[in-house]
Design a protein around this ligand. Structure first.
Ligand SMILES: *[C@@H]1O[C@H](CO)[C@@H](O)[C@H](O)[C@H]1NC(C)=O
Ligand SMILES: *[C@@H]1O[C@H](CO)[C@@H](O)[C@H](O)[C@H]1NC(C)=O
Ligand SMILES: *[C@@H]1O[C@H](CO)[C@@H](O)[C@H](O)[C@H]1NC(C)=O
Ligand SMILES: *[C@@H]1O[C@H](CO)[C@@H](O)[C@H](O)[C@H]1NC(C)=O
Ligand SMILES: *[C@@H]1O[C@H](CO)[C@@H](O)[C@H](O)[C@H]1NC(C)=O
Ligand SMILES: *[C@@H]1O[C@H](CO)[C@@H](O)[C@H](O)[C@H]1NC(C)=O
Ligand SMILES: *[C@@H]1O[C@H](CO)[C@@H](O)[C@H](O)[C@H]1NC(C)=O
Length: 370
């Protein structure tokens, strides 16, 4: 599916009158190539378990004929960390047109920044640099990448993004900085990303969400802030996110007092899925007419009032309360039924299957003890 999408994104330069297949395998050793569509020169290229970046650079040479080959996906994995000098890395991806570039477990020698001029005259739609020991994003890291829409940098150690990053508006739709070392929302990156639709910041060290942190992200549909140390969210921090559809705040030390920003959010947005697992935020502030999925695993502050409130979420189809502080009396005494719920998970709670009578239309119910 993804491939089809990228094939559409890439400019269809038809190689007139001829077929363009992968170069002979000896020319691109130790990488490998697979032809996807010979009339457009669309190929898949993979380089893994390679001794050095110098060999990768050499193997990519036959693809550098400008605007001829279109690499739907280029995967570079497990390059041995032989200290690569900066000259080798320079222009590594020059004159390549790539749908999806994935660099994984391939450290850039001793460099802990995205190396300068690794991209020159490079077209990439989705860039992944995963587990490469990056600590810092310099100001001009991606200015030579054209058409960049997805910037995915998970599993690094990023804790510094140049405050001069991207002086011009960029066209990023998706940013993933999951499992890095950020201590705050990366404003430097977001300031010029007004088209951004998905932001993943799971597993960092973020402690607060301030009023302006997300104020430029008016197009955001997905926001994942799970597994951080967020103790405080400014009441208006989410106010501008009127298109938000998915929000995860799971596993942050948030308590009842942090429910105000959520109340404001649910009042005026499209929010359909919320995950507040491992927090103590009040569920009643999440209830909106549009909510379809509520995940509140290991939630320690669910009480009867809260459960009864869920009856107001008339579109709620998925309810996941695994391991939460919930017992059979709480549901029974509420009296209400939850006719919209189709899938219910009450595993590891003090309830049992008898609660089913309160969920008359449920199709799947999970109630594991362990
Ligand atoms: C190859 O690409 C051309 C141009 O986009 C398209 O017309 C043709 O159907 C594709 N062929 C295959 C086998 O997908
Ligand atoms: C790569 O090797 C260099 C030199 O030995 C070292 O300084 C650097 O930390 C290594 N990088 C990674 C990500 O392992
Ligand atoms: C390569 O990119 C530079 C800017 O990074 C630009 O000035 C130059 O025109 C580009 N060259 C080609 C051949 O596209
Ligand atoms: C994360 O950043 C802090 C400084 O903010 C630093 O002390 C720590 O060593 C970093 N951790 C890693 C894994 O790089
Ligand atoms: C239940 O939770 C609500 C917040 O949703 C709170 O206002 C109320 O005091 C709680 N009730 C009890 C009995 O703890
Ligand atoms: C059920 O949970 C409530 C708190 O939510 C508690 O007050 C009550 O004693 C519990 N009932 C049983 C039978 O455990
Ligand atoms: C479910 O729990 C209730 C209250 O604790 C108990 O009376 C009932 O026997 C249990 N039913 C089953 C099927 O475990």
């Amino acid at each position: 599916m993804r491939l089809t999408l990228l094939a559409v994104l890439l400019p269809a330069t038809i190689v007139i009158g001829s077929q363009l297949r992968c170069p002979a395998s000896r020319r691109i050793k130790p990488c490998t190539c697979e032809t996807v569509n010979a009339s457009t020169g669309l190929v898949l290229v993979s380089c893994s378990n390679i001794r050095s970046w110098a060999l990768v650079k050499h193997a990519l040479r036959p693809f550098r004929r400008r605007k001829v080959y279109q690499i739907a996906r280029l995967t570079i994995e497990r390059i041995a960390n032989r200290t690569s000098d900066t000259r080798t890395l320079q222009r590594m991806f020059r004159w390549l047109t790539i749908g999806e570039l994935i660099i994984r477990n391939a450290p850039f020698g001793a460099a802990t920044k995205i190396p300068r001029s690794i991209f020159k005259n490079t077209t990439v739609f989705a860039l992944t640099i995963d587990g490469c020991g990056i600590k810092e994003i310099p100001a001009n890291a991606f200015t030579d990448v054209q058409h960049l829409q997805e910037l995915l940098l998970p599993n690094n150690e990023i804790n510094h993004i140049s405050h001069k990053f991207a002086s011009a508006e960029n066209g990023l739709l998706k940013i993933d900085l999951s499992r890095n070392n950020l201590s705050s929302i990366p404003q430097e990156l977001l300031r010029k990303s007004s088209r951004l639709e998905a932001l993943y910041l799971r597993g960092n060290r973020i402690v607060t969400v301030d009023e302006d942190d997300l104020s430029n992200c008016k197009s955001l549909l997905i926001l994942d802030l799970s597994i951080n140390f967020i103790e405080h969210i400014h009441p208006d921090a989410f106010s501008g996110l009127s298109r938000l559809d998915f929000l995860s705040l799971a596993f942050n030390p948030l308590d009842e007092g942090d429910s105000e920003p959520l109340r404001k959010l649910t009042n005026n947005c499209q929010l359909k899925t919320v995950d507040v697992s491992g927090t103590r935020v009040q569920l009643k502030n999440l209830i909106s007419a549009k909510l379809t999925t509520l995940v509140a695993q290991q939630h320690d502050a669910i009480n009867q009032t809260e459960i009864c409130c869920l009856a107001g979420a008339t579109k709620l189809t998925h309810l996941d309360l695994v391991g939460s502080q919930l017992n059979i009396t709480t549901i029974r005494n509420c009296g209400a039924t939850f006719p919209s719920v189709k899938q219910l998970d009450i595993s590891r709670t003090e309830t049992n299957i008898t609660v089913i009578r309160h969920f008359p239309n449920v199709e799947k119910i999970y109630a594991y003890r362990m």
